[in-house]
Design a protein around this ligand. Structure first.
Ligand SMILES: Nc1nc2c(ncn2[C@@H]2O[C@H](COP(=O)(O)OP(=O)(O)OP(=O)(O)O)[C@@H](O)[C@H]2O)c(=O)[nH]1
Length: 415
């Protein structure tokens, strides 16, 4: 049974044979394979990593809950160089000291309503385009399919997916002998929904015992820090011991922002001095997470696509440091993408895929976007599962990605 049947519960005609030509996926994931260049880089990084281990006692601090001032304490400000040994300022906050967070368990209905509300803009623009297209419907001819392809492209489905879908629909419309406007509309939506459901990608976050390490990557401003804050809060409410690592030491203010989220969600954080080596923050955080038996470590990173080589080196270095302690970690490397950027998000995903192996996508700002249709492209073209969606700026506005709720929110005005 296709996703369409599962969601909308209506009987559909027999599906045409699944069209699975591998070459519809223009994005070639073999770019991810380790190249000779990467291996050479490893050797180079190896020596850097050693320095981190031997020389650097990473600078870290835990926010004093009461303190309103900067997270960098006076002692830390005085320390000359993060590579030179500095006093260990880390302290673990007692759970009692942490600000109480109101626990509100969401019902499935509430989650569904959230999806619906967040997808309003997308489904409105989707619906409007399709209704306009169908209003011009005369007959199923070549012009019809050309217009359909244009409509799909304008709906942020992406050129490759639009072309493939149109091709599928040519067969399907014939097969189902769809002639009337309603028949055609129905076939189009069925095919789109079922195509989506056929991705077969696992959308759940991968959790590991005793420690789950999740690394967040993405360009500036897409919502990494906010997502980490929301997730930290969620895990904390589930009774998990959560540690944050502020490994974006490049952008002034990035650490402060994450510290604020740690305070709001009531979890601990490891921070580095501004411009210190992000890998040393990661190293320290992993060590602490292990020795102090944290359940989850969430790592925030800097995203500077304008400098791909540096980004690659930095992510590789962090990856090596994590793997040295925990060979199968990071268990998740999640790319945050801003839904409002539409197809640009796809280009970002392709670029990041080249520098690091992604396990999933967090699609943020779905609530402010009319371009939620890009989820269809992300899953079909990139073959990377969307695992989380950001549905607002609030602490609880993060949901696991649910295909059925998404599709329902996207298409229900058209059914
Ligand atoms: N409406 C909406 N806003 C969001 C969502 N997620 C994040 N934002 C907002 O997006 C802005 C940027 O979010 P950040 O979390 O700072 O982004 P970032 O990727 O960490 O950015 P850098 O720290 O600069 O790398 C903030 O104003 C957030 O409140 C979301 O799901 N919905």
């Amino acid at each position: 049974m296709g996703l369409f049947d599962k969601i909308f519960g209506k009987k559909i005609e027999e599906q045409i044979e699944e069209n699975q030509s591998a070459d519809i996926f223009k994005f070639d994931l073999e770019d991810l394979d380790e190249s000779a260049e990467t291996v050479a880089l490893d050797a180079e990084l190896q020596s850097e990593v050693e320095i981190v281990e031997e020389v650097s006692e990473p600078v870290h601090a835990t926010l004093d809950v009461a303190a309103e001032q900067s997270i960098i304490s006076p002692e830390l400000e005085k320390s000359v160089d993060p590579v030179v040994a500095v006093p260990d300022l880390t302290e673990i906050r007692e759970v009692e000291e942490i600000e109480p967070v109101v626990v509100v368990e969401e019902t499935p209905e509430e989650i569904e309503t959230k999806y619906e509300k967040s997808l309003k803009k997308t489904s409105k623009s989707f619906g409007a385009r399709f209704n306009e297209f169908l209003a011009n419907f005369r007959s199923v001819d070549e012009e019809f399919f050309e217009d359909l392809e244009d409509t799909l492209i304008m709906s942020d489905v992406g050129v490759d997916v639009a072309t493939q879908l149109t091709e599928d629909l040519r067969h399907e419309v014939k097969l189902q002998n769809a002639k009337s406007k309603d028949d055609v509309k129905r076939v189009i939506i069925e095919r789109m929904v079922d195509n989506f459901g056929e991705s077969g990608l696992a959308t759940e976050l991968l959790m590991h015992d005793p420690l789950t390490v999740m690394m967040f990557v993405g360009v500036n401003g897409v919502g990494k820090t906010t997502t980490i804050g929301k997730l930290a809060n969620r895990f904390n409410l589930q009774g998990k011991k959560v540690l944050l690592a502020a490994a974006d030491t490049f952008r002034a203010g990035a650490t402060d922002q994450l510290v604020e989220w740690s305070r709001r969600s009531g979890v601990e954080i490891v921070v580095g001095k501004e411009k210190s080596d992000p890998a040393s923050v990661v190293f320290d955080a992993v060590k602490r997470a292990q020795t102090e038996q944290f359940d989850i470590l969430l790592i925030d990173t800097a995203g500077r696509l304008q400098n791909k080589d540096n980004l690659m080196k930095e992510l590789e270095k962090m990856g090596k440091i994590i793997k040295r302690e925990i060979p199968d970690a990071p268990h998740e490397t999640l790319l945050a993408l801003d839904a409002t950027t539409g197809q640009n998000a796809i280009s970002q995903a392709k670029e990041f895929s080249k520098v690091t192996s992604l396990t999933g996508i967090v699609l943020t700002k779905l609530d402010g976007s009319a371009k939620g249709g890009i989820i269809l492209t992300i899953q079909q073209v990139l073959k990377i599962p969307v695992k989380l969606v950001g549905l607002g700026e609030g602490m609880t506005d993060l949901e696991n990605f649910d295909e059925a709720l998404f599709v329902k929110g996207l298409f229900q005005d058209l059914i």
